[in-house]
Design a protein around this ligand. Structure first.
Ligand code: APR
Length: 245
């Protein structure tokens, strides 16, 4: 289905499967910093220090303190109109919308989205390096708490670092291949595999739309690109879509 399809207003009676990929830009207006600032640092750190298994092995205390601070900061932010709009879209189309996020925050869920794939993991989860179990976690990890599963003090942030495999790739590719529309929101298109999703979508005849503050690295691959703040562009796009369904 094309972007400009017409149909019964406010009556979701025909299938339109949508995959929305989100990145740091969707949470920027909530006050969560993006990754690729002009200084190339993430909150004052080189990405290799805090977002690689090697960085963790070299200085686990630094890495734990870094993610503990990010986890605490989550409590001070709220979803913004872009997260709200995607939750509203899910209310209208149900499981036909899948949000695939690169973000480790929980702002999509707090806005009311249920079908969210966290391909880069979640801040509010801890992964045990000893037994491989995962646990909901809203406290600090720097005190090296015991794993609730096996008791060993080897919990690490349950986030996907560079060099590690993102989660649920099969499910994501299946959703993209079967979609009618792929939308990318607030991502620089600098990090694979997510940066390649637009190519996958095109190869399967899926319509593609970019909503980003500025042209992403992959902007030329999209059928359509709109540039501006996610808090404005996403609600406007959702309103537009809902009047066409
Ligand atoms: N509205 C829309 N887009 C915005 C906004 C906004 N208010 N603010 C910033 N952006 C855009 C930026 O222009 C940029 O293109 O969001 C994008 C953010 O890009 P990155 O900081 O590179 O974030 P992201 O694409 O999510 O990074 C991907 O890289 O470091 C890893 O694992 C980390 O998941 C992350 C991945």
């Amino acid at each position: 289905m094309g972007l400009g399809g017409s149909g019964p207003t406010h009556n979701y009676s025909r299938p339109m499967r949508i995959v929305v990929l989100t990145g740091a830009g969707i949470s920027a207006e909530s006050g969560v910093p993006t990754f690729r600032d002009s200084d190339g640092l993430w909150e004052g750190h080189h990405v290799e220090e805090v977002a690689t298994p090697e960085g963790y092995d070299a200085d686990p205390v630094l890495v734990h303190e870094f993610y503990d601070a990010r986890r605490r900061a989550l409590q001070k932010v709220e979803p913004n109109p872009a997260h709200d709009a995607l939750a509203r879209l899910e209310q209208a189309v149900g499981e036909d919308l899948v949000v695939v996020t690169q973000n480790i925050d929980d702002l999509h869920e707090r806005a009311g989205s249920h079908h969210v794939v966290h391909m880069h993991g979640e801040l509010l989860s801890a992964l045990c390096r000893a037994c491989g179990s995962r646990h909901c976690w809203d406290g600090d990890l720097s005190g090296r708490p015991a794993c609730p599963g096996c008791g060993v003090r080897e919990l690490r942030p349950d986030v996907v670092w560079f060099g590690e495999m993102p989660h649920e790739m099969e499910r994501i590719y299946r959703a993209i291949d079967d979609a009618d529309l792929f939308v990318s929101v607030g991502t620089s298109g600098a990090v694979y595999p997510a940066a390649g999703f637009v190519i996958e979508a095109r190869a399967h005849g899926v319509q593609t739309l970019e909503l980003n503050l500025e042209p992403s690295e992959g902007t030329a691959f999209f059928d359509e690109a709109r540039h501006g703040r996610a808090g404005v562009l996403v609600p406007a796009w959702v309103n537009e879509l809902l009047t066409r369904l």
